[in-house]
Design a protein around this ligand. Structure first.
Ligand code: ZN
Length: 502
């Protein structure tokens, strides 16, 4: 009997990847719903649903026949450059994924769903004990994952690779070693000065008006609501649910308007990147983000270089004032700009200023390394956390909710994600510096509410590469040099010199 081979040519590969992509998007929709809508009674069945789908997706993408076909297809001389690159990146993914057994993937997925719900409850009730057993389970699985993947010097390297391909502990250790001392120096100089006036921020900003303002802002900066939406969740996030459906979430605190505004801008930066990816490459590496470091560079660029700039608020403050006429009646643009760039160590990472932010990341990075090597036990994590906050940020952590329970990442099984925020911030500064030098009148465009030039520049410099280039290649092509801390320090020094008269 003659068996018909189901894989013959590139279109068979593309069709197969589309099927896998649709399954992944369906799993993502279940996850979005879990974080935005799910009732507590639905937790177990939702955990099983996502886990079952994860197992099926894993089985499909690691299929022996498909793997053999991809290896053959790699040598096909008739493929275009883009097609070759898609195949090369897919092969790299499959080789990594084939190191995990299917039951491991299902267990990690199911455990993450339970861990997320436990984290959410623990955070609301300020009870680390509710989360600790689930975090221990997650860490055991991540240690196994590092063993499956393999590593040369540090198990954390194997986990970093999932978020930032090629990244390792040695590089990050030296990056933080060179970044932290100049930041400490700058923060010390700032602490010696009078803080900007910011008492107007200590008012009640009604939730509905905050929501309406963020929706207005998203429209004005170019978020495409025909291809996405915004909702509320415990921890803001962005998720891609298929072609033409990129969703973001925010969270609103009536006593802290910064929470919703900059969460929305941050997530919009992620979403603009996702919405700007090549639609023809949907479900293929051509239509996917390069890495989490590059992803965070886009969110941090919009959040900080753009969203905390004078030019941005020259345009947006009059709109914000329409929503909060009473609260902002006597607040000038200068006062507002100073207040939103106020540097002060705080407990919450997502509300941190651009300088102290990196201490929050360093603390999490150090904790993750210790947890994954087993040098730090989960039961000792809160004390470890509180000690580090006292040491690096000279601040006392008053409860678990604003301490060790503030971030969702570990409950998702994302160990090795945090360093991408610092990498992203450094990429953002370097990329924005290049954008400013390669465009004319960018700041006056922004102060006039025109974000098209910035979007086009980012499209060309970052979005269009998909996953065809590594992060550092994108950085070098966009900025003419490899990543360094220089642009960030130059940007920060100049910005805070002028705000604080250093
Ligand atoms: Zn982000």
């Amino acid at each position: 009997m003659l068996m018909k081979n189901k894989f013959l040519s590139y279109p068979d590969y593309a069709k197969y990847m589309l099927d896998v992509g649709e399954l992944s998007a369906s799993a993502s929709l279940l996850q979005w719903d879990q974080e935005v809508n799910l009732c507590s009674g639905g937790v177990s069945s939702r955990a099983r649903q996502i886990s079952t789908l994860s197992g099926i997706i894993h089985e499909r993408i690691t299929d022996d026949e498909f793997f053999s076909f991809i290896k053959i297809l790699q040598g096909d001389k008739t493929l275009s450059k883009t097609e070759k690159s898609n195949v090369r990146v897919t092969l790299r993914d499959i080789e990594r994924k084939r190191k995990y057994p299917k039951d491991f993937v299902e267990t990690l997925s199911e455990t993450s769903s339970y861990a997320f719900m436990a984290w959410d409850k623990a955070r609301k009730e300020n009870d680390f004990g509710l989360y600790a057993p689930w975090l221990s389970k997650i860490l055991d699985l991540k240690k196994r994952e590092a063993d499956f993947i393999g590593f040369e010097t540090h198990p954390y390297d194997a986990l970093l690779d999932e978020f930032e391909p090629g990244m390792h502990v040695k590089y990050l250790d030296s990056l933080f070693d060179s970044l932290i001392p100049p930041l400490e120096k700058l923060i010390d100089a700032i602490s010696a000065k009078n803080p900007p006036e910011k008492t107007f921020l200590n008012q009640v900003f009604e939730k509905d008006a905050q929501w309406n303002f963020t929706m207005d802002l998203l429209k004005k900066i170019g978020f495409d609501f025909t291809r996405g939406r915004q909702d509320i969740s415990s921890h803001p996030f962005t998720i891609h649910l298929g072609e033409g459906d990129v969703r973001i979430t925010t969270r609103i605190d009536e006593n802290n308007i910064s929470e919703s505004v900059w969460s929305s801008i941050h997530e919009a930066g992620h979403a603009l990147y996702e919405q700007g990816l090549d639609l023809l490459g949907y479900s293929l590496p051509a239509g996917e983000a390069a890495s989490l470091g590059i992803h965070e560079s886009q969110s941090r660029l919009w959040e900080n270089q753009v969203g905390r700039s004078y030019a941005f608020w020259e345009f947006f403050l009059p709109f914000l004032r329409k929503y909060f006429p009473h609260q902002l009646a006597n607040v000038s643009l200068e006062t507002f700009y100073g207040a939103i760039n106020h540097v002060k160590p705080g407990l919450i990472r997502t509300n941190a200023d651009e300088l102290t932010y990196h201490f929050h990341i360093k603390i999490r990075y150090e904790a993750e390394k210790e947890l994954i090597t087993g040098n730090l036990a989960v039961r000792d994590l809160p004390d470890y956390w509180n000690e580090k906050y006292l040491r690096y940020l000279k601040i006392n952590v008053k409860d678990h909710k604003t301490g060790v329970l503030q971030d969702v990442h570990w409950s998702h099984g994302s160990i090795g994600y945090f360093p991408t925020y610092t990498l992203g911030s450094l990429y953002a500064a370097q990329i924005y510096e290049a954008c400013l030098s390669q465009t004319e009148n960018l700041e006056s465009d922004i102060s006039g509410g025109n974000f098209m030039m910035l979007q086009h520049w980012l499209q060309n410099a970052v979005y269009r590469h998909g996953r065809h280039k590594y992060s550092n290649e994108i950085c070098e092509m966009a900025t003419g040099k490899p990543l360094s801390i220089d642009s960030f320090l130059k940007y920060a020094t100049s910005k805070y010199n002028s705000i604080y008269n250093l």
